[in-house]
Design a protein around this ligand. Structure first.
Ligand code: ADP
Ligand code: MG
Length: 493
């Protein structure tokens, strides 16, 4: 593989070693389970959490003479994913046998794609705090998952569960374009977001439907790539970050000690936060790849691809651009909202026909903040988009102040109900009656003649007066009116 480097080294990301700086280089191989009811080459179910060996057809168990039959839905999902990654789609691709022995692989080989994958080069954009970076996708290919060996069920026996055997996976291989644990985590997050928008993989890492092999090497800035280690099957985004940080430091320590890195496959031990050696790295020729004689090359027309392209949903980058353009949101707010399609949809429901920035503020700061605190998902939010929209309307229309709105939000959160009716029933309306506010302002001014004098030269004191009046009104006075009146009366105009 010839590698063209797209990135210039960024000193902020370097590891400071005893003998100078080191740059981390990371490339990821992500296995994403294709959203499909049936397996890649059999009709067996892909349902999660079933009784061991209950979702196994004769094909998945590799009974002699059984023939694989390609599941068209998996092909369709792989093409859609390729389109979502702005990648080139290969109208002809080939399934190969990757030969190895393992108890959970009854065929003695995995059907995968090697030289001619279904999807070629693409890109994923990452929005990092100091700017956008483009990460190259090398390829995406379809392959079967293996079964699972169970070692902890019995003190002296191991078992094999073939429920996953034959489940369709997309292996998505990045170029070695990532330069820090944060970038690697952002890459996985973005890839998962895209897959979920497309509906081609549910992205649930804790159920194993998305797993990452993380390739890590280090080098002196400006030099060629170093020898890499591959950390297999890391199953959470947080662990990916920890594994990279540990592994990069391990390699730096060896190199600074005058040693060299063995190219090997390693495992991440989440309990110890360490990586450890599993086996020396196998080479492609060890697998004796060859085209699977049971399967014809996979071919489809450009018209088929074009039709899938036309029906692709709006993807996160486009949605973000639209949120910024149409709703005037900040880059930061738009980023937060588009990570999950559900949040983006929720926001649009709240913002529809309203002050979008105010809506975004209430969705992100009040609602998401509160959900976070309670450890709840948006799907479980006690406050609906319609209720939040109505709170925004009450603020915007001047019926309640921002402060009262927070109290109202609390009531809706814990007691439910129509926000406008709650405001009416509990007398939470903002006082905009200037006469009433003026009386309060006069009281405060009369009671604090010294402060009034000071405020004339120290306008910062105005805030204190506003606070006093607001307090006296139990938060119900219109803060703008209070502000205006105080300024006029103290003579700060
Ligand atoms: P293989 O198929 O043998 O695992 P590939 O060349 O296809 O090897 O690369 C696998 C992954 O390793 C890719 O994601 C690639 O970006 C990454 N990679 C390749 N070279 C390096 C390197 N020197 N440091 C870190 N990652 C690398
Ligand atoms: Mg590999």
């Amino acid at each position: 593989m010839t590698i063209v480097e797209a990135r210039t080294p960024d000193p902020k990301k370097f590891i400071k070693g005893a003998t100078g700086d080191w740059e981390i280089v990371i490339g990821m191989e992500v296995h994403a389970q294709v959203t499909s009811d049936a397996k890649l080459f059999s009709g067996a179910s892909t349902a999660f959490g079933m009784e061991p060996n209950s979702n196994v057809s004769l094909v998945d168990a590799a009974m002699p003479g059984m023939l694989p039959v390609i599941n068209e839905e998996c092909v369709r999902q792989a093409i859609r994913t390729g389109l979502g990654l702005k990648a080139e789609i290969n109208l002809k691709s080939v399934f190969d046998r990757k030969n190895y022995f393992y108890p959970d692989l009854p065929q003695g080989y995995q059907i995968s794609q090697y030289k001619q994958p279904i999807v070629g080069e693409g890109t994923i954009l990452l929005d990092m705090p100091d700017g956008q970076i483009e990460v190259g996708v090398e390829r995406l290919h379809l392959e079967q998952d293996a079964g699972k060996s169970l070692h902890d069920q019995h003190p002296s026996m191991s078992f094999v569960d073939l429920n996953r055997s034959g489940v369709a996976l997309m292996e998505i291989v990045s170029k070695p374009d990532l330069r820090s644990a944060d970038e690697a985590k952002a890459y996985l997050t973005k890839l998962r977001t895209i897959l979920r928008y497309l509906g081609t993989c549910d992205g649930n890492m804790d159920q194993g439907s998305m797993r990452a092999d993380v390739n890590v090497s280090v080098r002196r800035p400006g030099e060629g790539f170093g020898t890499r280690c591959e950390i297999k099957n890391v199953n959470s985004i947080r662990f990916v970050g920890q594994a990279i940080d540990y592994e990069a430091r391990r390699q730096v320590a060896i190199l600074e000690d005058g040693g060299s890195i063995d190219q090997e496959t390693r495992l991440f031990d989440a309990v110890k936060g360490e990586t450890r050696s599993m086996r020396s790295k196998e080479e492609a020729h060890d697998y004796r790849y060859f085209p699977d004689p049971d399967l014809l090359p996979l071919e489809f027309s450009q018209a088929y691809v074009d039709d899938l392209a036309v029906h692709l949903p709006e993807l996160p980058d486009d949605k973000k651009a639209r949120f910024i353009k149409d709703y005037g949101l900040s880059d930061y707010d738009a980023d937060i909202l588009v990570v999950e399609k559900r949040s983006a949809d929720f926001f649009e429901e709240v913002a529809g026909g309203r002050d979008a920035k105010l809506a975004a503020n209430w969705v992100i700061n009040e609602l998401f903040g509160r959900l976070n605190k309670e450890g709840l998902e948006l799907a479980d939010s006690p406050v609906s988009a319609a209720q939040l929209g109505s709170i925004v309307d009450l603020i915007k229309g001047g019926t309640i102040s921002g402060k009262i709105a927070k109290d109202l939000f609390e009531i809706v959160w814990s007691e439910d109900g129509d926000p406008a009716e709650i405001v009416e029933a509990r007398g939470m309306k903002q006082v905009t009656d200037l006469g009433a506010i003026e009386a309060l302002v006069d009281d405060i001014i009369t009671a604090n003649p010294d402060k009034v004098e000071q405020a004339k030269t120290k306008p910062g004191l105005l805030g204190w007066f506003v606070g006093q009046v607001m307090k006296a009104s139990k938060g119900k006075a219109n803060p703008q009116a209070v502000n205006d009146l105080l300024k006029a009366k103290i003579g700060l105009e």
